[in-house]
Design a protein around this ligand. Structure first.
Ligand code: PAF
Length: 284
């Protein structure tokens, strides 16, 4: 696997890969890779002939009081995991390469960015949409693969690609991969590394309380009561709840009536770690 950190070299390497024939699937990441990322790489390998991954801890998607400085960085371990998984090329630019002096353009997807995490992390999704738009233009993949744990991010990226008529990845070829979970249900996340042993035990109560809420909704309990019980359970377990909401999975609009697209979205903090998760209400 080649690791490349300069854009002209990336273009040369991608041209060589394309000349070798076949299609390219792209897995953008911020590194500190875990089994959830490796599931994205495996899906990418199913979708195309060559897999290109990126590692870039994107400063513009972190708020001023967020964890940019503390965000885990494990480049050597990440490189070896990606190489072992058969990734052909790793794009690992630094901030100066991604945002050269004078950089000023921003991509915003307001109708999907102001609710849920967007309401608690102003500017976050503009940072994500801008960097992913750049990454797509840099790599020009046939397919791109993202985790469904960041469901709102996936919705923003799909809408950005559609609204801007992005040609690469090909229309409709932004693939979502179901969330990978620990045995106790906790969704894998690079930020789980921040949890101390006590917080790690507490953290498992988030997906467990969400699964109980989904079961109650399926059994016909009213939404407001279920969401109230969920919030109470999370607070009793020591969480500070940012939101616990039912929304349409496509439009992210509030879901006063349950439909097959309705999902339960939760963000809650345990200690200083912010966890997010989402689950389908119908059909698992
Ligand atoms: O999900 C992530 O790791 C990041 O938000 C992404 C998509 C790589 C953009 O920086």
């Amino acid at each position: 696997m080649q690791t490349i950190s300069r854009l002209p070299l990336l273009r040369t390497a991608l041209d060589a890969l394309r000349r070798a024939g076949g299609t390219i699937a792209f897995v953008p990441t911020m590194g500190a890779l875990h089994e959830g990322h490796m599931a994205l790489v495996r899906e990418a390998a199913r979708q195309a002939d060559h897999v290109v991954a990126s590692i870039f801890v994107n400063p513009t998607q972190f708020g001023p009081n967020e964890d940019l400085a503390a965000y885990p960085r494990r480049m050597a371990a990440d490189q070896s995991a990606l190489a072992q998984a058969g990734v052909a090329l790793l794009w690992a630019p630094d901030a100066a390469e991604m945002y050269p002096s004078g950089f000023t353009t921003e991509v915003r997807v307001p109708s999907l960015s102001t609710m849920l995490c967007g309401a608690h992390r102003p500017g976050h999704f503009a940072g994500v949409a801008t960097v992913v738009c750049k990454l797509f233009n840099q790599v020009r993949p046939d397919v791109a693969v993202f985790g469904e744990k960041d469901w709102q991010q996936l919705a923003v990226i799909r809408r950005m690609a559609r609204d801007l008529d992005l040609a690469a990845p090909a229309p409709g070829r932004i693939v979502g991969v179901p969330t990978v979970r620990e045995a106790d249900g906790l969704a894998l996340s690079s930020r789980n590394a921040y949890l101390d042993p006590q917080e790690r035990l507490q953290a498992a109560q988030l997906p467990q309380a969400m699964a109980a809420a989904v079961a109650a909704l399926r059994s016909g309990e009213p939404e407001s009561r279920v969401l109230g019980t969920l919030r109470d359970a999370l607070v009793a377990a020591g969480f500070a709840v940012d939101y616990a909401e039912l929304r349409d999975g496509d439009t992210l609009e509030t879901a006063p009536v349950l439909t097959p697209a309705t999902r339960l979205f939760v963000a809650a903090r345990v200690g200083r770690t912010r966890l997010i998760d989402n689950m389908a209400v119908e059909g698992g």
